[in-house]
Design a protein around this ligand. Structure first.
Ligand code: FNR
Length: 362
């Protein structure tokens, strides 16, 4: 339950989690018939690289609490499916190990640290590992009040509630893995702590480094340090998208962190058309938060997102079914996308636009 709530939960009343999903469900796809849709083409080009579909895996911290090696399994599944995988700034596998497993598919997400030298080092490690796309997440200025985690005792210092602790005993497979491998490390923060530091000590160090104050100045610094593609994740306001453009970024991910930060935030999908209008094709506009179905990927594409990411969907896959589960989660979303493309008479995902949505004047 502790782990499920950590993945599934949002912030405070969890209204934003629901709002994200409802925004997608409120879209109406308008079908066109008598079109040759025998082999729908989902291929999507982002930053000069062609992927098999418009779906990627969003960064999710602490993934290995759900299953041993979860980050690595997800990265491998992404590479096999030919979709991007974003390494979390709080990953439980190292940048180097993930990049080695998924050399052409791993992007790197960072949270700026209080000690700027750490962030600089992480950026350098990403470049050395051959990563081409850096993602700066900006929507965690403070730790959010995630009440389900608080109830379960899943907040630092971790002290699981008695009922949550007893409930783990009903999951012997998870308990056996936990006893065999122990708590996972925040691998990319380990090198900045003393040799021999325990997972708890590394976690304490991470929470001493972030959230940290990050401003446009820091973004501009990262732009100077990083010669590859630079993406800002968590943009919700058209003015911020324009400001990011002036800072020289290549792309943005319109996102409210899956409803895990600001409960009164609008749905990311509802902000997408305005943002896309503001920046046009000058930035690669992408989106996450609330994607649950292939139809959602299509709606987001139709409203101007090049690539759509999922956080929870693939985490559930890897938690429940390991490698096969991760692959299956991706397959479900990709297959649904193909079915809906055929249903609406759209042979090429790259060409979809608002004309396929009845609620936007198609
Ligand atoms: C996240 N998210 C996230 N984002 C980020 O930039 N860095 C991170 O380390 C994390 N960690 C994280 C952990 C877990 C368990 C979840 C569910 C999410 C947010 C994530 O990248 C993405 O924005 C949302 O998950 C997208 O919403 P859906 O697809 O989960 O609805």
């Amino acid at each position: 339950r502790i782990i499920f709530d950590y993945i599934d939960g949002g912030v405070e009343d969890e209204d934003c989690v629901e709002r994200n999903v409802t925004a997608f469900r409120d879209q109406r796809l308008l079908p066109r018939y008598l079109v040759d849709v025998a082999s729908p083409d989902q291929t999507t080009e982002v930053f000069g690289r062609r992927y098999s579909t418009a779906l990627g895996i969003a960064p999710t911290g602490m993934a290995a609490v759900a299953r041993h090696r979860a980050d690595l399994i997800l990265a491998e599944a992404a590479a096999a499916a030919d979709i991007p995988f974003i390494i979390s700034g709080a990953a439980t596998a190292s940048i180097e190990d993930i990049a080695a497993l998924a050399p052409n598919h791993a992007w790197l997400q960072i949270y700026g640290a209080r000690d700027a030298a750490i962030t600089r080092d992480q950026i350098e490690r990403g470049a050395k590992a051959g990563i081409e796309t850096l993602v700066m997440t900006v929507d965690v200025p403070v730790n959010a009040k995630r009440e389900s985690n608080i109830r379960n005792g899943w907040v630092r210092p971790y002290r699981p509630s008695v009922s949550a602790f007893l409930e783990t005993l009903t999951h012997p497979g998870w308990v056996a893995e936990y006893l065999r491998h122990g708590l996972p490390f925040f691998e990319n923060w380990r090198t900045y702590t003393e040799a021999g530091a325990s997972p708890r000590q590394v976690a304490a160090f991470l929470s001493s480094q972030m959230p940290s104050t990050q401003t446009w100045r820091e973004l501009e610094t990262y732009r100077r340090l990083w010669s590859g593609n630079l993406v800002v994740k968590g943009i919700m306001h058209p003015e911020d998208a324009l400001r990011a453009e002036r800072a020289g970024v290549d792309g943005i991910i319109v996102s409210n962190h899956g409803g895990r930060q600001l409960d009164r935030s609008p749905a990311s999908l509802d902000m997408l058309p305005g943002i896309r209008n503001a920046v046009g094709d000058r930035l690669t506009v992408m989106l996450d938060s609330g994607v649950r179905r292939g139809a959602d990927i299509i709606s987001a594409r139709a409203l101007g997102a090049k690539m759509v990411f999922v956080g929870r969907a693939t985490l559930y896959g890897v938690a429940a079914g390991g490698r096969e589960g991760a692959q299956r989660a991706i397959r479900i979303l990709r297959d649904e996308t193909g079915l809906v493309m055929a249903q609406i008479g759209c042979p090429r995902l790259a060409e979809i636009g608002p004309e396929y949505l009845s609620n936007t004047g198609g």
